[in-house]
Design a protein around this ligand. Structure first.
Ligand code: M6R
Length: 600
């Protein structure tokens, strides 16, 4: 989704802003722009398309020590140069970038800005035009900024510059993430720390409904009533090299390959000195005090939640419901008496999940966030956090975060079970170690998955994934991976459900990828495969050692039956990767998608 950068200091801001925007490219965008300012005024460069296209039109000769930049993911108005940020007020005095959605923008236009000619179709332009209007009416810039913020409904992260003052960037935040980075004689603004790791690793978090006056020497945070807030910076733990591709052609492939290492890191992070798995006692108490766990998430994280339900119910014997975040608030189920909410989110910034967190907090319920990003909004706002330790995930298609989420959920279920005196007949540390080795074997079998992708998916227009029990959940994830990066219409189904409708879609040669990793449903899923083959399908069975049959296309190394999703997903990730590659798709930045979905 949209990204923001800003710089004020002594160096030329252009390169810092463009480099920062490049670091935000992974989040998904359709246009980009920068505005740079010196004592002669403000110059805006913007372009539809990639940062490389923007770079090509930036005038090398402009030297400016203050600037703001933006990557836009269209919400209001088509992707175009005109709708790209920064936007300027009618006179050109104020220039602004914005992430989020101003829900009441049309009402504000009608009420305050009838006489203003708008240049774009965006909700954002209302903000900059309002600021100018209030300044024209006699307010100083800070007052006009504050008054405008107090009128806005919706989500925003904003950075604004004033052509009449090249020594200040005005910043504000509500619901959309924004940080101020601290340097030596310079300061920066970024919607994601990664964008500015090139110049600093010291950041100050901003809270909702705060505004900030940023100069090269000072950062002054204020509430909207003008009260000054003191807050210390924190050190961003991300290493700049973690976000490089190295020798890999794509981040997605790098991140798939990192999964064995991530498993080992997770085991280490959650082990005590005696080698036992451990989780903060307050979290375990919250689990034990709840009569039902509600898992809330979106996309891949939702799929990990489905697997987590199995773990918590089977190991810890606590009932679990899993809900898609975007539906939960509008269709809230009847809650149990003592619910515990678990939010699963790689980014920790997903707006749909955050909206649910806000609602359940208002209802007074406890919450735990499982995320990859320490200090993210969902982490800060929940009562407890468990970290994924997966390292930055850059590719839009989530891979290592999915397996990390599943591993952390397994540990949570396992430690909770033990605290309840439930006897488990396996050692999770040992079993996760076996999983890490199996993942390595699979990552070393890439040629096999590349062959499957070219054989089954080069010319097809659709593909089905089937499985039963937990294999069904992994099938859903396999289908999501394939569709989001290769644009092949792909769906996951419970094997037994096919004959209730979907089997009508099976034609000669339709690829059906079937997972068979569960002993209790092995025969029935194979029966479902026979049903589709009888109607012309081209089946690709991926089974687990011990359950294999001669018709199988690939046999996975054996792991504990509960943990099979951690390995069965890897062929599906790699098949999706190679299918996208063969179709010449932009693997890391699929069309229309954003890495972190910060609007509802
Ligand atoms: O950051 P989150 O885990 O909250 O993101 C949720 C989804 O947007 C995300 O998993 C999305 O479905 C991925 N693109 C899937 O690969």
């Amino acid at each position: 989704m949209c990204g923001i950068v800003g710089y004020i200091g002594n160096n030329d801001s252009k390169e810092i802003l463009l480099n920062g925007l490049e670091k935000l490219e992974y989040r998904g965008y359709d246009s980009a722009g920068i505005a740079v300012m010196n004592d002669k005024g403000v110059t805006v460069f913007k372009e539809k398309g990639r940062i490389a296209d923007l770079r090509a039109i930036v005038d090398e000769n402009v030297f400016a020590q203050t600037g703001i930049g933006h990557t836009r993911w269209a919400t209001h108005g088509v992707p175009s140069k005109v709708n790209a940020h920064p936007h300027q007020s009618a006179s050109g005095r104020f220039t602004l970038v914005h992430n989020g959605v101003i829900e009441n923008y049309s009402g504000l236009m009608r009420e305050y800005l009838q006489d203003v000619a708008f240049n774009s179709d965006t909700d954002t332009e209302v903000v900059v035009q309002l600021i100018e209007k209030f300044v024209n009416e006699g307010l100083d810039v800070e007052e006009a900024f504050r008054k405008t913020l107090s009128l806005l409904k919706g989500s925003y992260a904003i950075a604004m510059i004033d052509a009449e003052n090249d020594q200040t960037i005005y910043v504000a935040k509500n619901k959309s993430p924004l940080l101020v980075g601290i340097g030596d004689n310079f300061n920066v603004v970024a919607s994601d720390a990664m964008a500015m790791l090139q110049v600093t690793n010291q950041f100050i978090e901003l809270m909702d409904k705060e505004m900030v006056i940023v100069t090269k020497e000072n950062v002054t945070i204020k509430k909207l009533d003008g009260q000054v807030v003191e807050r210390k910076p924190y050190t961003a733990e991300v290493d700049a090299s973690d976000i490089e591709k190295g020798t890999y052609p794509h981040y997605m492939l790098k991140e798939i390959d990192e999964q064995p290492l991530v498993m080992r890191k997770i085991i280490q992070a959650y082990q005590n000195e005696a080698g036992e798995l451990t989780i903060d006692q307050e979290i375990i108490d919250a689990m034990n005090q709840s009569d039902r766990v509600y898992i809330i998430a979106c996309g891949t994280s939702y799929h990990a939640g489905l697997v987590g339900k199995q773990f918590i119910e089977r190991m810890a014997k606590i009932p679990v419901e899993v809900h898609v975040a975007s539906e939960f608030n509008y269709n809230m189920p009847l809650l149990s008496e003592k619910p515990l909410f678990i939010f699963i989110s790689q980014s920790g910034e997903t707006a749909d999940s955050r909206a649910v967190l806000v609602s359940v907090k208002e209802l007074g319920y406890k919450s735990l966030t499982i995320t990859n990003v320490p200090g993210s909004t969902l982490s800060r706002e929940a009562d407890y956090t468990l970290l994924l330790h997966a390292g930055p995930e850059i590719a839009v298609a989530s891979t290592k975060a999915y397996t990390a989420q599943i591993a952390v959920l397994a540990i949570l279920a396992n430690v909770t079970a033990k605290s309840r005196g439930i006897d488990l007949d396996f050692d999770l540390v040992k079993e996760l170690g076996i999983v890490a080795n199996a993942m390595e074997t699979l990552c070393d079998s890439k040629e096999e998955f590349e062959k499957i992708a070219s054989e089954y998916l080069t010319f097809t227009r659709n593909c089905f994934f089937i499985g039963r029990s937990v294999d069904y959940y992994v099938g859903l994830e396999g289908a999501l991976k394939l569709k989001e990066i290769s644009y092949i219409q792909a769906e996951g189904f419970a094997g037994g459900e096919l004959k209730h409708g979907t089997i009508a879609l099976i034609e000669d040669g339709t690829p059906v990828i079937a997972l068979a990793t569960q002993e209790n449903v092995n025969l029935s899923i194979r029966g479902n495969v026979k049903e589709v083959v009888a109607r012309g399908a081209n089946p690709c069975i991926i089974s687990m050692k011990g359950l294999e049959d001669e018709e199988d296309r690939f046999v996975l190394p054996e792991v504990h039956e509960l943990l099979t999703p951690l390995v069965s997903v890897i062929p599906l990730q790699l098949i999706a990767y190679y299918a996208a590659l063969h179709r010449e798709c932009d693997v890391d930045k699929p069309r229309n998608l954003a890495k972190s979905v910060t609007v509802e």
